[in-house]
Ligand binder design. Structure first.
Ligand SMILES: [Fe+2]
Ligand SMILES: [Fe+2]
Length: 202
């Protein structure tokens, strides 16, 4: 992944679209959290989490101006990298995890929504904790004025918070997360393949 991100960062047109793609995915994550929250029993941790993911989307969008002013004004496919798998990633993860929870645990309604929120978000946080530092390495190596250090700090807290919530939710939390990580890895690999193909064309 490091070599791939190095190649992206080296080309401004790719780098802008990379930032825009991450912004779109963060925004999708923020929307997903809002969508899963209980209108009455939502707590401070969940409100904070949704707000921070929305901030990441805005922050990444703003970073694009450091590379090329207004290069990617919207999330249209032409302004994204690997648009198909980028758009599908979160939804597919959610669909697969909901299916697993329904058929293995019989969860429905709010319980299903909450369990899916916990597992989907957990898997994404594990990925974010791996991906953003790799990206920051590339930015450091090229002395880029773009930085994602503030995101790295927040994602680290998110992972801790998700782990705490999962521990409270189920004594089988480790087995649940193992499954979620496996599903996420398959989807991440598909995303990476589409990115590789697109970058190789440049
Ligand atoms: Fe985030
Ligand atoms: Fe996060």
């Amino acid at each position: 992944m490091q070599a791939l991100i190095d190649k992206i960062v080296a080309q401004p047109a790719l780098h802008s679209r990379w930032l825009n793609t991450l912004s779109m995915m963060e925004n999708a994550g923020a929307k997903k959290i809002k969508n899963c929250e209980d209108p009455i029993f939502v707590n401070e941790i969940i409100l904070k989490h949704a707000a921070e993911e929305a901030r990441h989307a805005y922050y990444l969008k703003k970073q694009i101006n450091k590379i090329e002013e207004k290069a990617c004004p919207t999330y249209e496919k032409r302004f994204l990298l690997a648009p198909n798998t980028s758009y599908n990633y979160l939804n597919m993860l959610d669909v697969k995890i909901c299916k697993y929870l329904k058929s293995n645990f019989g969860y429905t309604h709010h319980k299903l929504k909450y369990a899916a929120y916990l597992l989907v978000t957990y898997a994404i946080e594990v990925r974010a904790d791996e991906l953003y530092p790799i990206y920051q390495n590339s930015l450091n190596a090229t002395q880029s004025s773009v930085t994602v250090k503030s995101i790295i700090a927040e994602e680290k807290n998110h992972l801790e918070e998700m782990t705490n919530q999962l521990k409270e939710f189920s004594k089988d939390w480790e087995a649940l997360t193992q499954h979620a990580l496996k599903v996420e890895e398959e989807l991440f690999n598909l995303w990476q393949e589409e990115l590789e193909i697109e970058v190789a064309k440049k």
